[in-house]
Design a protein around this ligand. Structure first.
Ligand SMILES: Cc1cn([C@H]2C[C@H](O)[C@@H](COP(=O)(O)OP(=O)(O)OP(=O)(O)O)O2)c(=O)[nH]c1=O
Length: 194
């Protein structure tokens, strides 16, 4: 699919997702989805794909034909437990304490809906990145929470922010942790037949 022939809509409020699309030269319009994020799936990969599809479908229904709508969802998973965005600072501190000193996974699901006059063409995928975090003291956790950067992010941290100080290494796509695996996205769009 030659993306320059169509309108691209990013169905997201995430400033990180906007920055990543711009970084790879994709021109787009933002129409945030208004759907509730309710997980109905049984695994993290299926959950992020389901949520990405919910977001993209919510917006696709509102845009003109010949538009490509992109939805995404990111979760952090530790001990099989899905960590979304923290409700408050205490929850955030608990999340960071669960993540420090060990390895966890970040999953981002992406949904592509080409909204056309002859019906929608849908493609979706999920990517996993493993993140290894150094040991953190209680004081370091508290200091990180006090930066305020944790509240709007899954797992209560931003690898692109101050939390980078505690990331030992990653195994997979860094941008997938930030919120949009743009290299895989471009590859999937290039191979999408509309
Ligand atoms: C793990 C991690 C997540 N995040 C962010 C990416 C997402 O914005 C957010 C996960 O929440 P999401 O629900 O995936 O996205 P969102 O609510 O920010 O935006 P929308 O639903 O409108 O698309 O966490 C980082 O910025 N850095 C990180 O290291």
């Amino acid at each position: 699919m030659n993306i320059s022939n169509y309108k691209v809509i990013l169905a997201s409020n995430s400033p990180r997702r906007r920055d990543l699309l711009s970084q790879v030269g994709i021109e787009y319009e933002v129409i945030p989805s208004e759907c509730q994020e309710i997980i109905r799936a049984t695994t993290p990969e299926k959950a992020v794909i389901q949520l990405a599809l919910d977001k993209a479908a919510d917006v696709a229904a509102k845009v003109p034909y010949n538009s490509l709508v992109i939805g995404a969802d990111t979760v952090v998973v530790a001990d099989g437990m899905i960590l979304g965005k923290p409700a408050d600072k205490s929850t955030a501190a608990g999340m960071i304490d669960r993540l420090q000193g060990r390895q966890h996974s970040v999953y981002t699901g992406v949904a592509l809906i080409f909204h056309g006059a002859d019906g929608d063409i849908v493609k979706n995928f999920a990517c996993e990145t493993k993140v290894y975090v150094y040991d953190m003291t209680k004081e370091q956790i508290e200091a990180y929470i006090d930066t305020g950067e944790c509240m709007d992010k899954a797992g209560a941290y931003g690898i692109q922010g101050r939390f980078a100080a505690y990331v030992e290494k990653i195994d997979g796509d860094y941008n997938n942790v930030v919120g949009l695996p743009v290299s895989r996205l471009i590859h999937e769009i290039d191979n999408m037949e509309v």
